[in-house]
Design a protein around this ligand. Structure first.
Ligand SMILES: Cc1cc2nc3c(=O)[nH]c(=O)nc-3n(C[C@H](O)[C@H](O)[C@H](O)COP(=O)(O)OP(=O)(O)OC[C@H]3O[C@@H](n4cnc5c(N)ncnc54)[C@H](O)[C@@H]3O)c2cc1C
Length: 496
């Protein structure tokens, strides 16, 4: 982490050849190769990994995307699709010998059908913009990553993104009905439909979360939901992190499905309050934010039940938002938590693991022990209802020794997630960041199945190669390193 990945110098002759071929059908302004133009694309939200692409292509219609892919295929040039570049696992990290295919110009909402409750949008449309556009119809698009003001729906589909409201309304995969796009060879593909079911294998579900490795998405049909008439948030304080974790499991065990159920520990609330005055209880060791939505009667009943359960679970104090302004204020802190933490430390490393809810307390205690062991602070702010953790390890990338401790800290937390029956990613994807941990999570036969699927879509391995699914050779090497070191060398620089 914290360094540019050493790569061979860009091959100038090849760069010229590729740029010239692309300029046969793209305007000159849509083919970038001068370093001052390509450098802004060197990383996504995982800034520890950087690599300047050989060429950046900015198509603006389907035909151009298809021709970029066909051209690259004929020249044997790898292609990395990119949305808004907010990804946190390095999925859009470019290749020094490849084309970075930016979908930033695909920004049109093509059709809104309020009766069918769907919207057909281009992949570069921002997540929050979909809800803005359909709001006059009393509708919205439910999955709401905290990055929703910036991230694109194409990126959301590729990462199967989640958010605060996914506990009740599902992840991206549950809210997308159809995708259209192109394979690596430029063949058009369409998965799903406007109907609830289609014949054949469910390749839509396969496309969602495929991290830009199976197809380039050029159109997405999303489900829209009616805006709930009322929503209120309960903020509950706890004097113990484990109690708060247990309270989350109890709420769900009671059969309540809140619209959102989020947790922040004291380090996180204190960082947030300095940045956004959200009105959090700064004396609480942890707070839960639990949202109820529906009709006024439904909300009143659910809030009463939630309060009763949380009180039994040991909440020391509770407040309920009285109006929409107060509700939004309470969420504003949660949504701004990552940038708030960015203000109190030179660098932070945002992890993303998911565990069974009933193990939350135990894993949070473990993270606390790791803070002491490694001498690094680690605020926690996360989608507690989904068991989706986001430990934010604070470090200074200019201090190599601290960086190493951060890596070991992170490795131990991910090992713990797997040990308690969880997974190494909840919503941020694998990308380059967690590719080695895939070797721990999956057996060789399972990884080989992933490779077989990839080969069906992309036999020559030209679309976003080196991401998400490790080769078996890499896993064997990684296994040897584990045996020698006894620890996962996480995340480390990827070996390409
Ligand atoms: C402050 C902050 C908060 C965040 N909060 C959340 C959160 O709450 N929940 C969550 O899930 N994520 C969150 N993220 C992560 C990130 O925003 C999501 O992963 C998002 O979906 C990425 O979208 P993007 O448009 O930025 O994609 P990019 O980063 O550009 O790309 C992500 C991946 O998608 C692929 N891709 C992009 N567009 C296409 C396309 N058209 N066709 C094929 N492949 C494509 C890329 O190759 C890459 O593998 C957060 C990030 C930040 C910085």
């Amino acid at each position: 982490m914290g360094e540019a990945i050493p790569v061979k110098r860009i091959d100038a002759a090849r760069q010229r050849a590729v740029a010239t071929a692309l300029r046969e059908f793209l305007p000159a302004r849509a083919v970038l190769f001068a370093e001052e133009d390509t450098r802004p694309y060197e990383c996504d939200g995982l800034t520890a990994y950087r690599r300047v692409p050989m060429v950046v292509a900015l198509p603006e219609n389907d035909e151009q995307v298809q021709r970029v892919l066909r051209t690259c295929s004929s020249l044997d040039v790898p292609v990395v699709p990119r949305g808004a570049g907010t990804g946190l696992s390095g999925g859009a990290l470019p290749l020094g010998d490849g084309v970075l295919l930016s979908m930033a110009k695909f920004m049109r909402v093509l059709r809104v059908d309020p009766a069918a409750r769907i919207a057909i949008v281009q992949p570069g449309v921002r997540n929050a913009a979909i809800s803005d556009v359909v709001s006059p119809f009393g509708l919205y698009y439910a999955p709401d990553p905290s990055s929703q003001i910036a991230c694109s729906i194409g990126g959301n589909v590729a990462e199967n993104s989640g958010g605060v409201h996914c506990l009740k309304y599902g992840l991206t995969v549950h809210n997308v009905m159809r995708v259209r796009g192109y394979t690596a060879a430029g063949e058009p593909v369409e998965f799903g439909s406007e109907a609830l079911d289609v014949p054949g294998y469910d390749l839509l579900a396969l496309a969602v979360g495929s991290e830009g490795m199976l197809m380039v998405i050029t159109e997405v049909t999303v489900k829209l939901l009616p805006k709930p008439p009322v929503a209120r948030v309960v903020m509950a304080s706890f004097d113990d992190v484990e109690k708060a974790g247990q309270a989350v499991a109890t709420v769900i065990a009671e059969g309540i499905v809140p619209a959102g159920l989020e947790m922040m520990d004291q380090q996180a609330t204190r960082a947030v309050e300095q940045f956004v005055r959200a009105g959090y209880d700064l004396d609480a060791v942890a707070i839960l934010l639990c949202e109820a939505d529906g009709t006024a009667e439904e909300v009143e009943e659910e809030v009463a039940r939630v309060k009763e359960v949380l009180a039994r679970a040991g909440a020391t104090q509770m407040t309920v938002s009285r109006d929409e302004a107060e509700r939004l204020k309470l969420w504003s802190g949660r949504k701004a938590a990552f940038p708030a933490v960015g203000r109190i430390s030179p660098d932070y490393y945002c992890m993303d693991g998911t565990i069974p809810r009933h193990r939350l307390g135990e894993v949070l205690r473990f993270i606390g022990e790791m803070e002491k062991k490694y001498g690094l602070r680690c605020p926690n702010v996360f989608h507690a209802g989904d068991g989706n953790l986001h430990p934010l390890i604070l470090f200074d990338a200019n201090n190599p020794e601290e960086l190493q401790r951060t890596e070991q800290f992170a490795a131990e937390v991910l090992e713990k997630c797997i040990e308690v029956g969880g997974t190494i990613t909840g919503e941020h994807g694998v990308g380059v960041e967690k590719i080695d941990q895939m070797c721990v999570q999956f057996a060789p036969a399972e990884l080989e199945t992933f490779h077989a699927v990839k080969r069906v879509f992309d036999p020559r391995g030209l679309l976003n190669p080196g991401k998400a699914v490790p080769t078996l050779v890499r896993c064997a090497e990684f296994g040897r390193m584990r045996v020698l070191g006894g620890k996962l060398p996480f995340p480390g620089l990827p070996r390409f």
